[in-house]
Ligand binder design. Structure first.
Ligand code: AMP
Ligand code: GLY
Length: 416
């Protein structure tokens, strides 16, 4: 089978890598890809929003399966566009992707189907939102309705924070159209857990629980990033909690989406907060997480290509999905200054010193004149696998010390 993976980050590199191990995969393309995807796939210079260009390429090359792990093209309807063109693509429809594309929609959905989540209200004007905050208990969380590249969630400790956030959203329009509405919700205290699940519209098969590290600095300090490292399994997500989440969150979600006429096919990401009052759902993402995917796919025993087919054919219940009984630790090497200002185009060295068994997935890298250079805030991640988390962490940190580029920055406490 010829496969096209759409995107250019570490998650897409991990998808290309996992799909390339399938005996049924004859050729893999990645659009537009990066220097890492070029090792396991052929990069094609087409942008992720150029649906016409991607469809024309898929038709001309006789692509049998396309895979889109990126949220924005999914929310914009890439799956519908491919399907109308008669092409097979793994991912949710535009209607199903709204579960991430609109926070107001997803919160109303959770309420309608009794899925445990933070109490909330939806507001579409500065005055209404301010009035709500004035009578609420702090801390509270203000979220822009639409996608905001991970920046649309503001935790407010007091009214001054809320005032600033709401003016940035409604008066200064800092978040553009994604801030036309806001969700304001209660702050939940607890331990976060990311659960990614394969879905075929009816069945849901969760992957092992993962723990992301969103803050830029050790000890979870500083501003949030796309994710600075992941460990899996998440030590706090035990079997009892997993069973509870299946019954109270995962299955009701699948059934609710079906009832709404928007069956979810693809990988659904449940952002959970494990609170003293039980697990609660913070959010859905309509795609696998980054870097959760880089930490999870190396543990997968079953052919990823078979899983995508079973999801698209509605046969997921007939496929046994097996995982290695191991732990992984994934540490992200970033450009100094990320998530704010940072420089790129620095040469990267030392990858040849990485031992076999440690995987490197590229997030923001490029080849220029045959030289590997940095090309983004998050640059590459190192994934180590071992019998337990402690060992995996040790191997990942030994490996990352071999990698060099100007201003390299990584957290020192992933899984430690
Ligand atoms: P989201 O974009 O919804 O994933 O939110 C980003 C991050 O903000 C989450 O991973 C949490 O760390 C935090 N967050 C979101 N909602 C809440 C909440 N209701 N209570 C506490 N923290 C939250
Ligand atoms: N790592 C969090 C996310 O992908 O949303």
């Amino acid at each position: 089978m010829k496969i096209l993976v759409i995107g250019s980050g570490g998650r897409e590199h991990a998808f290309c890598w996992a799909l390339s191990k399938s005996k049924k995969a004859t050729k893999i393309y990645c659009a537009p890809g990066n220097a890492g995807t070029a090792q396991v796939a052929q990069n094609v210079d087409i942008g992720t929003f150029d649906f016409d260009g991607l469809i024309a390429f898929a038709k001309a090359e006789g692509i049998d399966l396309s895979v889109c792990p990126m949220d924005a093209p999914l929310v914009a309807g890439i799956v519908d566009a491919f399907q109308v063109a008669g092409l097979r693509i793994f991912g949710p429809s535009k209607a199903a992707a709204e579960i991430e594309g609109s926070k107001a929609y997803s919160k109303d959905f959770m309420r309608k189907y009794n899925i445990p989540t933070a109490e909330y209200g939806v507001f579409n004007s500065l005055n209404a939102a301010m009035a709500h905050c004035e009578t609420s208990k702090f801390p509270l969380v203000i979220k822009t309705d639409g996608l905001a590249a991970g920046k649309g969630v503001i935790i407010c400790l007091n009214m001054a924070d809320a005032d600033e956030a709401l003016h940035a959203i409604f008066t200064d329009k800092k978040f553009g159209a994604s801030g036309e509405k806001v969700v304001i919700e209660e702050f939940l205290d607890g331990v976060e857990c990311s659960v990614l699940a394969f879905c075929d519209g009816t069945s849901v098969v969760p992957m092992p629980g993962a723990k992301d590290h969103k803050a830029i600095y050790d000890g979870d300090l500083g501003p949030n990033t796309g994710g600075m490292g992941v460990i899996t399994p998440n030590p706090q997500y035990n079997e009892e909690i997993a069973t509870h989440c299946m019954e109270e969150i995962f299955l009701p979600t699948m059934e609710g989406m079906r009832k709404e006429g928007r069956p979810f096919v693809g990988v659904l990401f449940f952002g959970l907060m494990l609170t003293s009052d039980g697990p609660k759902l913070l959010e859905y993402n309509c795609r696998p997480g980054d870097p959760e995917t880089q930490a999870l796919l190396p543990l997968l025993e079953t052919d990823l290509l078979d899983i995508t087919q079973a999801c698209m054919d509605g046969n997921l219940d007939k496929l046994e999905i097996l995982w290695k009984d191991n732990a992984t630790c994934c540490v992200m090497a970033a450009s100094g200054g990320y998530p704010e200002h940072f420089e790129t185009k620095y040469p990267i060295s030392g990858l040849e010193n990485i031992n076999n068994g440690v995987l490197i997935f590229h997030s923001g890298t490029k080849y220029v004149d045959g030289k590997l250079i940095t090309a983004g805030g998050r640059v590459l991640c190192v994934v180590a696998m071992a019998k337990n988390l402690q060992e995996a962490g040790k191997i990942a940190y030994e490996a990352i010390e071999n990698i060099h580029f100007n201003d390299i920055y990584y957290r020192k406490d992933i899984g430690v």
